[in-house]
Design a protein around this ligand. Structure first.
Ligand SMILES: [Zn+2]
Length: 149
């Protein structure tokens, strides 16, 4: 398993981490940076498969409903599966009319506390965390004998 941090190490929010294993990839969050002026002028991170479909990009795991963790999703192909908490999906849907450039997102799978889900070669185990955003998860991911939290 290889890991590439695109954004979020020297800033709060704007998070985007790419994991690769056996030629398959997932993203952890795709946030709009807090200092971004607007969605239109903010470029997507350089990740293959965000704009044009790539079979190796299996999905985007969204940790919670704060925009600095999902705000760039409206710019990507709607064919990319989104994985998030059920309440997070509801919160984003309810807020879509009030948040600039937001859309109601559809989850293909739901994150649930301590319930592992399999995404290609990745086993993703969500851990509910205390955060100002309801239904927020840290994730433990294992693949190819390696584990990240
Ligand atoms: Zn947050």
């Amino acid at each position: 398993m290889r890991l590439r941090i695109h954004r979020g190490t020297r800033e709060i929010g704007g998070t985007c981490i790419e994991l690769e294993s056996d030629g398959a990839r997932i993203l952890l969050d795709l946030g709009l940076p807090l200092n971004a002026n607007d969605l239109a002028s903010t470029p997507l991170p350089n990740v293959d498969g965000l704009s044009a479909v790539s079979a190796s990009l299996l999905g985007i795991v969204l940790s919670h409903g704060h925009r600095d963790h999902w705000g760039l999703v409206p710019k990507v192909s709607p064919a990319i599966p989104l994985i998030m908490g059920k309440a997070t999906e509801s919160i984003i849907r309810a807020a879509a009319d009030f948040v600039p450039d937001a859309v109601a997102l559809n989850a293909s799978h739901y994150l649930e506390h301590r319930k592992p889900i399999q995404i290609g070669p990745f086993t993703v185990t969500p851990r509910l965390v205390d955060h100002s955003g309801f239904d927020a998860y840290a994730v433990e991911i294992t693949s190819g004998g390696k584990r990240v939290f």
